[in-house]
Structures are given as C-alpha cells and as structure tokens.
Design a protein around this ligand. Structure first.
Ligand code: PMP
Length: 383
C-alpha cells in the first residue's frame, strides 16, 4: 500500500496508540469527579495543557487550552463564540476564500445573523494585503486566516497579517493550525486563538483543542455541565486528550527531522510531476523557489485532460491512496473551492488531486507512485 492521504488523516503513531490503550484501562475516570482518580486525571490534564502551550510557544500565564472533539469544533467555538460575544463592538469579520469548510461555513452562518464578512483572495501566493488593508475598519472585530492550506500546502504569512491588523486593537486574530502544527516552524505566539487537531499529527481521531488568550471572551455554543471553562461541556476523555498531548510533544521534538524526510519526497515528486506536463498542472509551489510559502507535506496538482475521480479510483484499485480536493470537504460541491479561488478554473478545480505525506512515507514509495501513475494515466481516456 502507498498511503498519500495524510492531510486527510495520518496513521496513528504506535507509541501513541500504546499509551492510549494503557490510558483506557488506567485513566478511565471522569476528570470532573471529586474522588482521587478524577482529581489525579484533572491534575495531569492541567499540567499537560501547560506543556502544550509551552511547546507551541504560547505564554502559559495568558493562554488556556479548551479540549474539543477536533478542529471543526474548535473553529466553531472560536469564531461563533467571539463574533456573538462582541457584536456590540462591531459587526465586520475577515477571513479568506481558501479556508477549510469548518471555518468558511461558520462565516456563512454568521452572515445570516447580520455580520458583514470579507472573504480575502490569495494573490501571488499571499493573502491580498491591499484588500485586507482596505477592508479594515473600526467595525472589524475578528480576523481568521489559516496557517497552512489543507489542499495545496500554501503557508500563509500570519506575521505579516498581524502587522497589518495590529493598528486595530479591537481585532482578535484566530488561525486554524490543523495542517501547521508539528509540521512547520514559524512563530505563531502572537495569535489570540488557534485551532489544532490530533489525528493530523499521528494522534487519535476525536480530539483537538482551541488555544486561546484567557482575556478573549466567547459566548458558548454548547450547553451542559460547563467543563472546559464553560466553553465545551461534556466529559473530557483523558486517553484522547493524552494522545493530543503526545502528538504535540513528539511533533515539536521531531519537527526538523520529519520535515527533512518529507522534503525529499516532495522534491522528487514535484520534479517528476513537472515532467508530465502534458497531463498535469501542479498547483503547489516548488520548495526550491518558495520554501517559506510551501509545506512539503501537501502536493496538489490538477489533471488537464482526464477526470480526477477516475484516476483516484484507478490508483485506489492498485492500493495507492490519494484524494481529490480535501477528503473532508462537502461532497455536494464537485469542485475544490480552494483550487477554484487560486486558478479561476472550474475545470482544474474539478480535477484536482492531493498527495499528502507523513513521517513514515519513503522515497521508494514515491518512485513506485510515479511508475503506477504513469501507467494509469495512459489507460484513462480524456474527459
Ligand atoms: N481545518 C483544516 C485545515 C483541516 O485540514 C481539517 C481536516 N481536514 C479540519 C479543519 C477539520 O478537522 P477535524 O476533522 O479535526 O474536525
């Protein structure tokens, strides 16, 4: 098997899985319970939250970690919560056209509640800063821009965005770090709120977190027993949370090593795919030319003449697993809103393929992938 759909989900790390199994037998208690078992887990959770903040470069006195079921829930809690809580201060919100649906669809919802939303475009591999500057006003209260795009691997320059918006002290800056955390090394400690997800980084599915400044007040969207500072009611699973913690710790520790091994695969595939330019148009950037703009973990290309869905199926029949657009995008829309926003072509957006890599992929797999890809491309008729 060749598994190149790691942006959809990584394979859980064996050490993390072993800990998870152990935790389910030993760390099963409810961390909100007042007996010793519960108190012990709640103490462990507090310490591990502090370590997550430290490892990610956030100030432990000013920030807190809200455990969620994943990035989608964290994005919802952050964006809906902040907008609804601060409507009286202003009703203008800013995001980008290339966000994940768990951000974009939240803004669509807020539009219905009367908020005015600016969806920024990406121009020359960067957020359109001119458009950002022009859209800012005394009514702007929130900017939410992802750190790494999940379809093309484009790295957004959050520091530059922060510099532009810092003239407006009312604005809270949120970023979806689902494809950044454990993979890319840039400073993000200036964010007011950030979203992470364990299973994009070798942890378990079903857990993520919203990291937020303590001073940022949110209106809750989930009602119940008031766990997680009242923002995410529901019993915290220590085993799941610990898998998030372990994925962050090993992500930070091994970031450089993993980056280097994935970079070799990316560069090889980028060169090989460039040679297939009769059939393929690469949407991601060359790492040699655009290192600061491109994650080596995601390589996107569009098929010029053939149908992407047919190629994905043909590859899958040969146990090669890749995705068309993002695996978690809504299945109703048949094209990628990200590739459409970047290329302005429905045709390319409909026929996009995403390869995404993990610490465990090898150059040998990449070579075999190219051999199989070439064979399958010759078999598929033009659309
Ligand atoms: N944001 C980004 C950038 C993602 O890539 C994903 C997962 N595809 C999500 C959010 C949603 O994550 P989760 O499944 O943890 O809710």
């Amino acid at each position: 098997m060749i598994y190149f759909d790691n942006a959809g989900s990584t394979i859980v790390d064996k050490d993390i899985l072993n800990e998870f199994n152990k935790d389910n037998l030993e760390g099963f208690a409810n961390p909100s319970s007042f007996h010793l078992l519960g108190l012990d887990l709640s103490y462990k959770i507090e310490n591990k939250k502090r370590e997550i903040l430290e490892k990610m470069g956030f100030n432990t006195s000013n920030y807190e970690v809200v455990i969620t079921s994943g990035a989608t829930e964290a994005n919802n809690i952050a964006i809906l919560g902040y907008a609804r809580n601060n409507k009286s201060k202003g009703n203008h919100l800013i995001t980008s056209e290339i966000e994940h649906p768990s951000v974009l669809n939240v803004f669509k919802e807020l539009e219905k509640e009367g908020f005015n939303i600016t969806y920024l475009k990406v121009k020359n591999n960067e957020i359109d800063y001119e458009e950002l500057q022009k859209s800012l006003s005394k009514d702007t209260i929130l900017v939410s821009i992802m750190a790494v795009n999940n379809e093309t691997g484009l790295i957004l320059n959050l520091k530059k965005i922060k510099e532009i918006i810092k003239e407006y002290p009312k604005i809270v800056f949120h970023s979806d770090l689902a494809q950044y955390e454990g993979k890319i090394k840039t400073n993000i400690s200036f964010l007011d709120m950030a979203t992470i997800s364990a299973y994009k980084n070798y942890g378990l599915k079903g857990v993520g977190a919203l990291i937020k400044k303590r001073s940022v007040n949110l209106t809750k969207i989930i009602y119940g027993g008031s766990q997680e500072y009242g923002l995410r009611s529901g019993t915290v699973s220590y085993p799941l949370f610990n898998s998030l913690y372990l994925s962050v710790v090993s992500g930070v520790k091994n970031l450089d090593k993993r980056y280097k091994s994935v970079e070799i695969i990316y560069n090889y595939l980028f060169n090989e795919l460039s040679l297939l330019n009769d059939d393929i148009l690469i949407n991601s950037l060359s790492l040699n030319e655009y290192k600061e703009y491109q994650s080596p973990y995601i390589l996107s290309f569009s098929l010029k003449k053939k149908k992407a869905s047919i190629l994905v199926e043909a590859l899958s029949n040969r146990k090669v697993y890749v995705s068309t657009k993002s695996s978690c995008s809504d299945k109703i829309k048949s094209y990628s809103h990200v590739i459409y926003s970047l290329t302005n072509s429905i045709d390319l957006a409909e026929n996009t393929i995403r390869l995404s890599f993990s610490k465990d992929n090898t150059l040998e797999e990449a070579k075999e992938f190219i051999t199989i890809l070439k064979e399958e491309l010759t078999k598929i008729k033009d659309r």
